[in-house]
Design a protein around this ligand. Structure first.
Ligand SMILES: [Zn+2]
Length: 258
């Protein structure tokens, strides 16, 4: 082989070796990247599992009137005070005054209430809606009636001022026994209906909003008939941790004075 030809052959062979090496490296890099990705994903999954296990207290607003976690008490009126929910519906359950605005709830609460009443009925617990939604002007009429009859100081212990009632959110409902016993009275808590609700409401996203002995926190005496829809994410967490009030759970001010 002449020297020139030999040189070309060597260059050719080297070029082929280089090309093969480059090709092999290029392809062998891909699995390495995949390995890295595979190693990363279990750890990021672990992180997201941890996040899920930790309850997220900022998932919903505590101040927006439309929020399922909005806290309404004597320190925290609805903003604006004349707020009207946009999706009020009649729940398909037994109603004290069928078809009236007072029987309405916001859609999500109405659906949950239907499930809860149906589950109760299977255990011979027969419930009805006493009052659900109350608008600003209706609450004003109620409150002013109390003021006219008994004066402001007494009125404030018996009726919420307009703009300060949880019933105005469309998330609250007063429940009665179909038997008619203890209507909106504390003895409702001792009836099978009151006991069933106290024990099971959390499974459907409801909270006994004014429990016994928490007046200094909630601003209201024990109301075993008043339930507030907060969704199961929160109701189950409050049940799990044994926290009775929203004020305590979120560390938000409340109390009996405006
Ligand atoms: Zn109520």
């Amino acid at each position: 082989m002449p020297p020139m030809k030999r040189f070309v052959t060597i260059v050719g062979v080297v070029a082929i070796v280089l090309a093969v090496t480059w090709f092999w490296l290029g392809h062998s890099k891909a699995p390495t990247t995949q390995q890295t990705a595979t190693t990363t994903s279990p750890s990021s999954q672990q992180t997201s599992t941890k996040t899920t296990a930790t309850f997220n207290k900022t998932r919903y607003s505590l101040t927006q009137p439309t929020s399922i976690w909005v806290i309404v008490n004597k320190q925290h009126p609805l903003q604006p005070k004349t707020y009207v929910p946009s999706d009020l519906v009649l729940p398909d359950v037994t109603q004290r005054v069928p078809g009236t605005t007072e029987m309405k709830l916001r859609k999500a609460a109405a659906v949950a209430l239907e499930k809860m009443f149906a589950a109760a009925a299977k255990q011979n617990i027969n419930l009805l809606v006493s009052t659900a939604y109350r608008g600003y002007s209706y609450q004003a009429t109620l409150y002013n009636g109390y003021v006219a009859r008994q004066g402001k100081a007494v009125a404030d212990t018996q009726s919420a001022r307009p703009g300060y009632s949880e019933h105005q959110t469309g998330w609250a409902v007063d429940i009665r026994a179909q038997s008619g016993k203890c209507p909106v009275e504390q003895c409702f808590g001792n009836l099978p209906e009151g006991k069933w609700l106290a024990a099971n409401a959390y499974k459907y996203g409801f909270l006994l909003r004014y429990p016994e002995g928490k007046q200094k926190i909630t601003g209201y005496e024990y109301e075993p008939w008043h339930f507030r829809y907060i969704g199961t994410y929160l109701s189950k967490e409050m049940h799990r941790t044994g926290t009775e009030t929203m004020e305590e759970f979120f560390d938000v001010s409340g109390g009996t004075s405006y």
